[in-house]
Design a protein around this ligand. Structure first.
Ligand code: SF4
Length: 420
């Protein structure tokens, strides 16, 4: 089902679609979140399906001591719920005995009906009271009914916000899970700009709890953090509007927005960012030759699609056929949307068959999509890029701009080799 919404004047044409969709659930985000918060543990309360999903999504990175597991809750009636809570308590205590290094435990809800009946928020509060101060227990939902795979990160970070201490002092909070190497680069650049103190959400360790208050300005590093932003604003924090830090241009505008909010002179921004901009420009040159003029179709999957489309079109010279996104936060994405070429077709939501028809008719040079669509489309001789890789790979900032472009040029190069 499709409905055309009024276009933004001289901007992209945004329309809504509703129907069947093909997106992973929020449990998937555990795969990158458990690497980020080093003394946290993610206990999925779910079914065997959830356990399989997590194991296969994380299959590429099996650790001797993984920091996630699934407590399998079998079919049970309401009378069995008290037992389920006791069972959960037992699983948690056994886990903590075996893993005394855990400081933060997330109980992650899923969609089987027997799990929905469990009040994980209450279970987390009860366990937290018992286990404090050694271990904090929080809960959030990664259910496929409520979340797509990046919304799992949003739900996790939103669960952290009420637990942050209060502070009246001015500070900058960078929000969104970033690879440590990217976080270090941003911390250096922001410090060189004279902005501080700079803190990150999530922290690398459970004890790193950034204080928040009315003088906290926050800068989103990921475009899918609607609930986290709302929770921060309830604590008085104020968002700094900016495009997302993908590509050289996105990174410069993101840093410049923070600099403006903290009264840093534009000349200082130019001086501090110049070496990074130059390195990114060099790294992007070869990729631009491969991507310029290529027609790209982005299926809705990661919610990174709008800033990616901006990067592909403005920095790589690609032509955008359609930019799909599962949800479009018009305020958080306003700066990126404004930089898309006039008339870009942006689709919010999904009607899978209709979108597949449009993609097949357009025969794009490159299709960015979820794992489930990639194989059939490759079978139809279309070149695809898995959008989930964009979450597993460090892509933000100047030093990663070349790697970001490389994610798109690699499938094109592989196809060219095969054809040769
Ligand atoms: Fe499947 Fe729901 Fe479990 Fe996700 S949370 S794996 S969608 S059952």
């Amino acid at each position: 089902m499709t409905a055309l919404a009024s276009p933004v004047a001289c901007g992209p044409e945004i329309r809504f679609e509703r129907g069947q969709r093909a997106v992973f659930c929020g449990l998937t985000s555990i795969v990158w979140l458990h690497r980020k918060i080093q003394d946290a543990f993610f206990l999925v309360v779910g079914s065997r399906t959830c356990a399989h999903l997590i194991q296969s999504a994380a299959g590429v990175m099996i650790f001797a001591e993984p920091r996630f597991a699934t407590a399998i809750i079998e079919e049970r009636d309401l009378a069995g719920l008290a037992d389920a809570h006791e069972e959960l308590d037992r699983v948690v205590r056994r886990l903590l005995e075996r893993r005394p290094d855990i400081r933060l435990l997330f109980l992650v809800g899923s969609c089987p009906s027997e799990v929905i009946k469990l009040d994980l928020g209450r279970a987390a509060a009860r366990l937290s009271a018992d286990l404090a101060p050694a271990v904090r227990v929080l809960s959030y939902s990664g259910s496929g009914i409520e979340t797509t795979f990046t919304q799992g990160e949003d739900a996790c970070l939103a669960a952290l916000v009420p637990d942050l201490p209060r502070d009246e002092a001015a500070s900058l909070l960078v929000v969104g899970a970033l690879a440590d190497v990217v976080e270090d680069q941003f911390a250096r650049l922001l410090t060189d700009l004279g902005i501080g103190p700079v803190r990150f959400l999530p922290g690398r360790r459970a004890a790193e709890r950034a204080p928040v208050g009315p003088n906290t300005r926050y800068l989103l590093a990921q475009p899918f953090l609607t609930e986290t932003a709302r929770a921060l604003e309830e604590r008085g924090a104020v968002r700094i509007p900016a495009p997302f830090p993908l590509g050289a241009e996105g990174t410069t505008l993101w840093l410049a927005a923070a600099a403006r909010a903290f009264g840093v002179a534009p000349a200082r921004v130019v001086a501090v960012t110049e070496p990074g901009r130059a390195r990114a420009a060099r790294a992007l040159t070869a990729h631009r030759a491969r991507l310029a003029g290529k027609r790209v179709f982005l299926f809705p999957d990661s919610q990174l699609e709008v800033p990616l489309a901006r990067f592909l079109s403005r920095e790589m010279g690609a032509a955008l056929i359609e930019v799909g996104t599962p949800y479009l936060h018009r305020t958080h994405l306003a700066e990126d949307l404004a930089l898309l070429p006039d008339g870009t077709a942006v689709t919010e939501g999904q009607s899978l068959d209709d979108q597949l028809d449009r993609c097949r008719a357009a025969r794009p040079d490159l299709t960015v999509c979820g794992l489930g669509l990639a194989n059939p489309l490759e079978g139809e001789d279309l070149v695809t890029k898995w959008s989930i890789e964009l979450l597993f790979t460090p892509i933000q900032g100047y030093e990663q701009a070349g790697d970001l472009a490389g994610l798109f040029t690699r499938p094109l190069a592989r196809r060219a080799r095969l054809e040769a």
